[in-house]
Design a protein around this ligand. Structure first.
Ligand code: HEC
Length: 97
């Protein structure tokens, strides 16, 4: 009986460990999805013209905002407001006047 008890406890311990891994998994994969501004820019801004087009110009933050707004609302770039703000920030810091 005692041996059975020990085995049962090991089983529960294993179950607890497995559940922990499964519970932690979504949290870990969520962290992986944290946006990389450069990847976001490359994927969103290379669909109609090469991403070299924005990379070859220098603009002030206000001008980048204006340009990205135009891509989003005028040209039909499939980007959310939140993503657009990330791209504007990225371009403003890397390709500024
Ligand atoms: C749906 C197609 C499309 C997507 C996606 C797109 N663009 Fe454009 N882009 C255009 C078109 C069309 C032009 C030329 C007409 C114009 O300037 O609006 C252009 C021109 C440009 C120019 C040159 C004109 C200028 O104002 O300097 C830049 C820079 C630019 N795009 C940046 C971007 C950025 C940054 C993104 C990502 C947020 C992006 N584009 C995504 C269609 C697109």
């Amino acid at each position: 009986m005692e041996r059975f008890g020990i085995k049962l406890n090991n089983g529960l311990l294993a179950l607890a460990l497995v559940s922990f891994v499964f519970m932690a998994y979504p949290v870990l994969s969520l962290a992986e999805k944290t946006v990389d501004p450069e990847k976001l820019f490359e994927s969103k801004c290379s669909q109609c013209h090469p991403s070299d087009r924005p990379k070859s110009v220098r603009k002030t933050p206000a001008e980048w905002k204006e340009t990205v707004d135009r891509m989003q609302y005028g040209n039909g770039c499939d980007i959310t407001d939140e993503e657009a703000a990330i791209v504007v920030k990225y371009l403003s810091s890397k390709y500024h006047k």
